[in-house]
Write a protein that binds this ligand. Sequence first.
Ligand SMILES: [Zn+2]
Length: 354
Amino acid sequence: PPMADEERQPRRDPFYSEMPKVELHAHLNGSISSATMKKLIALKPHLKIQDGMPVDKEDGTLEEYFRMFQLIHQITNRTEDVLMVTKDVIKEFADDGVKYLELRSTPRGEITTGMTKRTYVEAVLEGIKQSKEENLDIDVRYLMAVDRRGGPAVARETVKLAEEFFLSTDDTVLGLDLSGDPTVGHGEDFFEPLLQAKKAGLKLALHLAEIPGLEKETQVLLGLPPDRIGHGTFLHRCAGAGPSLTELVRRHRIPIEFCLTSNVRSRTVPSYDRHHFGFWYGVAHPSVICTDDKGIFDTRLSREYQLAAENFRLSQAQAWDLSYKSIDCIFASGGVKAELRKKWSRLKPGPLSD
Ligand SMILES: [Zn+2]
């Protein structure tokens, strides 16, 4: 019989929650905690949603998780919901020792409430601003997400919006994400709008090779090239003519965002100890540990670090180094990176075990 969730969770080691961390792959709506979900559901009694999540969390498939987002969208359909969610998620990451966070979210309009893509973006930015005013010890940026489902026309619209906010927000909007159900649409179709974004100075974090069989679009999108790769689960298993995709990624040293629990729970990876983080970390490739959807997968960044450390036998010194090197992969400026490195040095505890 499957183990109860508590048994599967490692004993929480305070070293990882106290360690300063960078979170670079967090979808706003998937990061909503169950506490915030309860608040949102209480605000929408007419929807008759029962408490808790509609999917058995131990047994989800990627498809089920995408369905769950539809429910989340129903309960975050007003700008005040988006503002609350943004503030709660930022606070929770800060409480877990995250010092720098790039949140990603798809601008979404809702006819029923009058929320537009623009007011959605403004609500996220307002949440970031209010968190800053509350002096939380966390620097937050926003990546505008392109959902594959919308196709290239919507992508072009999002790129335009991102370019506009990139210029007006003093580096809060830094880039774009390409995400959504990887079985929907063709990644190649997004090459042009994403190239346009890159030319405008926006950074690109793309979900690539999340499932098998996406060699062609992965090859095309690597031609941009992206500034970071989300998951890259099947990169090193892609066969094809010419240099392998793995070689391409290694040659360009494109950092990869690894989300262990997300991949294991949605079954694109068979187990923690067989996660592809092991391969890339083993070849000293720029690797960043992230959560993906901490609400949906009921995890924390500190837990993801601990899981990586326990399954790949990282010492405290190596885990610290992994976190420190993640600073190199952020989209904010060199000045911000320098400040973060200083902060890490200040917070570093005495001698770490090797
Ligand atoms: Zn993701």
